[in-house]
Design a binder for this molecule. Sequence first.
Ligand SMILES: *[C@@H]1O[C@H](CO)[C@@H](O)[C@H](O)[C@H]1NC(C)=O
Ligand SMILES: *[C@@H]1O[C@H](CO)[C@@H](O)[C@H](O)[C@H]1NC(C)=O
Ligand SMILES: *[C@@H]1O[C@H](CO)[C@@H](O)[C@H](O)[C@H]1NC(C)=O
Ligand SMILES: *[C@@H]1O[C@H](CO)[C@@H](O)[C@H](O)[C@H]1NC(C)=O
Length: 476
Amino acid sequence: MVVKKQSAAPRTEKEKYSKTKETNYSFLKPQLRYALLVCVLLFTWYGILTCFLLCSKKLNVAEKYSKTSKSSAISKCEGGMSVYVYDLPPEFNKGLLKDCSRLNVYTDMCPHVVNRGLGQPISYMVASAVANTWFATHQFIAEMIFHARMENHPCRTLDPVNAKLFYVPFYGGLDASSKFHEANLTARNELAVRLVDYLQSKPWWQRHHGKDHFLVLGRTAWDFLRRNGNFGNSLLTLPPVQNMSVLTVERNPWDRLHYQHGIPYPTYFHPYTSFQMLTWQNKMRQSSRPHLFSFIGAPRKGVEKAAVRDELIKQCSESSRCKLLKCGKGHRKCHYPIEVLKVMSQSQFCLQAPGDSFTRRSVFDSVLAGCIPVFFSPHTVYTQYEWFFPAGNVSDYSVFIDDNDLKMGNGGKTVVNIEEELLKIEKEKVERMRSTVINLMPRVTYAHPNASYVGLHDAVDVALQALWVKRLKLNT
Ligand SMILES: *[C@@H]1O[C@H](CO)[C@@H](O)[C@H](O)[C@H]1NC(C)=O
Ligand SMILES: *[C@@H]1O[C@H](CO)[C@@H](O)[C@H](O)[C@H]1NC(C)=O
Ligand SMILES: *[C@@H]1O[C@H](CO)[C@@H](O)[C@H](O)[C@H]1NC(C)=O
Ligand SMILES: *[C@@H]1O[C@H](CO)[C@@H](O)[C@H](O)[C@H]1NC(C)=O
């Protein structure tokens, strides 16, 4: 009773108060007014509470963030690993972009160099946790994305005196592809030669003859290995460059100095957070895969390569278990990232025939789609990306079919039937392989360069760690 009275008292008082003010309102109005007032009060209280919670949360997050980024920086930049990013004259990187329509003799690169090399955003998964992380990224643009990532990287140092690694952000692939048709071979090499002169004039180069320096190239090593022939430039044959570590999407597997290291081709997914990565991985784990295998590619003109590709296309079109997505003239679909991912995410195995060179961007699209790759050359992955794919038994994550076994009349052997080979693999083994492939995803993905601390250990983090291991062997 007492409690009731006490609680009733202020109510009536308030009613009275509002009544005196709003005499010409109807009988119901004061109650409404009261409800409104309560609402306002509640709202204010809620506001204060939210603000308090948010502010303290913000503080907590900031505190946590600085702690995690610090501790992860320590664990990732272990033993004081730090990277100095050369502030090169613009002619070696961003300055080249001004003439973007002439960066590649085959295509206009202007749409591809935007967003620091991520390219045009694609509206994919718009309403989900992984929205705004998809781009129509060009296959030969890793050098730009790497640069953008390094500028924001927690291991970056602005102090060259104490830096342990030196990153030379030269857009060598774009320079090379802008001059493929240049008749004057001296002019083709000009920028590369100037870069080397520039580096050698720096005190930081002298300390280890450039052995603690690294370059990242978005094109294959073959574009930089011109000796007497007439394709590409000679960047990778310059002795100072051979003292550096050169990260490239395709290395020369016979590189005796072992200064070339394979890095992933960029795909279309550039997440900001590990949560976005996990979301996508789970989606691919649950994806239903009605096609046993698929092949996305064009027939190639040229003796060797054509034989294998023609055989793959033949076998795929003859099998009801294979999905064929043809490329080339009149087949635009295979250039749309969403179409490619759709086919791959509905397939258990993805055939990865060598293209113009041993490697293919498609390998990384396949990992992104959780599709187990089938290789026909050891140089498509096994001799390329030792930092990224698991050491040990390659059959844990891939299928290997020797391309010689796909050629007719090869010592009287019958041509291997791909469908039969794939059907031989037990279901549980397939599940295990797919799980391994899906777990590889973060390592071969380039996180969004604007993500401050992504925590997913992406391709850039993996490369830096490997470079650090290499650097430690230099002593001092
Ligand atoms: C990264 O952030 C900067 C500054 O907010 C912005 O100007 C830029 O467009 C962003 N880059 C990308 C690739 O989204
Ligand atoms: C070739 O290019 C170099 C450097 O740009 C230039 O000095 C030289 O004169 C050119 N040679 C010819 C034959 O045009
Ligand atoms: C490459 O490194 C070696 C030391 O390992 C050094 O003797 C040589 O001069 C370096 N070459 C260049 C071009 O800097
Ligand atoms: C790799 O695994 C496959 C199948 O699991 C097995 O047949 C093969 O002998 C293994 N190879 C090596 C080198 O361990």
